[in-house]
Design a binder for this molecule. Structure first.
Ligand SMILES: NC(=O)n1nc(-c2ccco2)nc1N
Length: 323
């Protein structure tokens, strides 16, 4: 409505002025906490009134003054950690336990995914616009990294197709191996900090208070699930088909995701991905095997913070190549 538009225009002008002061003078005219408050007020206004969102807004521009702390985000449904299997036997036990609990003698379909070794994030889209990004944090409370997730190279800022009014996407932010090696070479040449591995590089880049630094980092994202979705949206009752729905709305999903008819076929998937591990563009530390049926997932539920319906089947640690 009109006074929201007026307030947004006023905030854009103020923040633009403070950005210029920050980059040109070294004594900004307002305290950091005041700048943070104004910046977040504008972010909130734009989230509530997407028609106010313009690519010219300082919330969209990378060159905004860094925040001094992250705001907290309460995840509406917890972001889960995964139980691990380290051997074929442990994986088979996982499958048997599921069959026992579901008291089902019939075969159970599984969705098999590479286990990306990056940083888990939650992305919130409202009316198809990316309005918030958050880290996993402790599963319940994460950090608001909205300005940073906007800089992810392959991420849609605007959804397409018949997306829900409100959609939370969960997935992994990662730095592709080649980009990681290139980044480290340049950082070394500049005498700057190098990262030990792509996972640290992704997590460290996402938790920058200055999003213009994040924007210089080659980050990618693959979706692997949904969080809250507005009611009235027709979602498939298969996890694999939900990932296809996310793709149809413009969100990136790994092309290594496969659906298999039974637990026995997961072994073949594990061996196939393990055999091609070094040829993948991104680092993985195993595969994630999920019961494909959403109703069965709901029947199985979670144990404290890990789902009973999914397991991370880890690869042996790669022997470190000492350079
Ligand atoms: N790291 C990763 O690639 N993950 N993590 C999950 C996950 C975590 C909790 C539920 O699903 N799925 C995939 N592909």
């Amino acid at each position: 409505d009109n006074n929201a538009a007026q307030r947004a225009a006023q905030l854009r002008a103020l923040i633009t002025r403070y950005n210029r002061e920050y980059y040109e003078l070294d004594e900004p005219s307002i305290p950091d906490a005041e700048y943070d408050r104004l910046f977040r007020e504008l972010q909130q206004l734009e989230a509530e009134h997407p028609q106010l969102l313009s690519s010219e807004s300082p919330t969209q521009k990378v060159g905004s003054k860094p925040l001094t702390s992250f705001r907290q985000v309460q995840h509406e449904t917890p972001m889960l950690s995964l139980d691990n299997a380290f051997s074929e036997d442990e994986f088979s036990t996982f499958v048997e336990r599921i069959k026992d609990r579901l008291d089902s003698s019939s075969e159970i379909a599984f969705c098999c995914e590479p286990k990306l070794d990056g940083a888990a994030v939650s992305l919130l889209y409202e009316h198809g616009v990316l309005v918030r990004g958050a880290t996993r944090g402790d599963g319940q409370t994460g950090e608001d990294i909205t300005a940073n997730v906007r800089t992810i190279r392959n991420l849609a800022l605007q959804l397409e197709g018949d997306y829900p009014d409100r959609l939370e996407v969960r997935g992994e932010v990662f730095m592709p191996v080649k980009a990681f090696e290139r980044y480290n070479e340049q950082a070394l040449a500049r005498g700057e900090k190098v990262f030990a591995n792509p996972r640290n590089a992704a997590a460290g880049s996402l938790r920058q208070l200055d999003s213009s630094i994040t924007a210089q980092r080659p980050l990618h994202f693959y979706a692997y699930g949904m969080g809250v979705v507005s009611t009235g949206t027709t979602l498939a009752d298969s996890h694999y088909e939900r990932l296809q729905q996310l793709q149809s709305w413009g969100l990136p999903v790994s092309d290594e995701v496969k659906r298999v008819a039974d637990g026995g076929s997961c072994h073949g998937y594990y061996q196939d991905i393990l055999s091609r591990r070094d040829a993948l563009r991104y680092e993985i530390d195993g595969v994630v095997i999920k019961v494909d049926s959403i109703p069965l997932q709901n029947d199985l539920g979670f144990v404290s913070r890990a789902p009973r319906w999914a397991i991370a089947w880890k690869f042996p640690a790669q022997e470190e190549i000492t350079t």
